[in-house]
Design a binder for this molecule. Structure first.
Ligand code: HPA
Ligand code: MG
Length: 220
């Protein structure tokens, strides 16, 4: 009997060509800087709607604190919460949700120790007893998330789950996999939908692959 391979997300394989830029609406200021449209905005939204349902099934029984990891997570966070709110207002039972926003600064001084500093957000002790949902744009090596999770554990939340829109397939991965994943992507640099390259391309709806021209133009 042929065995089905369990999939927990949409897997975009290494040979995926994406779509020609001319088939979509791309801001004129970026048209020379992108290779292809990789994940169209509509597909991001459709996948996000389903993630909202899966998350509420697991976490919907108790006060949720949705923790947005800025800046890259802001679009996904806003759209995900809109879908969760839609579920809540159309359901017989719903629970309150509060939000918080953090930025993570990693220290890469001596070959990436994985040390991070949490900037902004409320006092983390307010997470005690709560169901915490961390919302990320992309998991690359997974090092940062592993460190953040270890840190949050000290504040005694009832539950911590991580949702990431993207997970990169990379040999640099420490093997960490979030609880909920939108898409698994090849080891290429992607931008758009709040993911940036040196702060640019956040103002692009679709997730796209940047080209050499773009890398050069917006080099730090
Ligand atoms: N794009 C944007 N930000 C990132 C990426 C990426 O591919 N990988 C890690 N951070
Ligand atoms: Mg991020």
């Amino acid at each position: 009997m042929e065995e089905n391979i369990a999939t927990d997300c949409i897997v975009i394989d290494d040979h995926e060509q994406g779509y020609d830029l001319d088939l979509f609406c791309i801001p004129k200021h970026y048209i020379e800087d992108l290779e292809r449209v990789y994940i169209p905005h509509g597909l991001i939204m459709d996948r996000t709607e389903r993630l909202a349902r899966d998350i509420m099934k697991d976490m919907g029984g108790h006060h949720i604190v949705a923790l947005c990891v800025l800046k890259g997570g802001y679009k996904f966070f806003a759209d995900l919460l809109d879908y969760i709110k839609a579920l809540n207002r159309n359901s017989d039972r719903s629970i309150p949700m509060t939000v918080d926003f953090i930025r993570l600064k990693s220290y890469y001084n001596d070959q990436s120790t994985g040390d991070i500093k949490v900037i902004g957000g409320d006092d983390l002790s307010s997470l005690a007893g709560k169901n915490v949902l961390i919302v990320e744009d992309i998991i690359d090596t997974g090092k940062t998330m592993r460190t953040l999770l270890a840190m949050l554990k000290n504040y005694n939340p009832q539950m911590v789950k991580v949702v990431s829109l993207l997970v990169k397939r990379t040999p640099r991965s420490v093997g960490y996999r979030p609880d909920y994943i939108g898409f698994e992507v090849p080891d290429k640099f992607v931008v758009g939908y709040a993911l940036d390259y040196n702060e640019y391309f956040r103002d692009l709806n679709h997730i796209c692959v940047i080209n050499e021209n773009g890398k050069l133009k917006y080099k730090a």
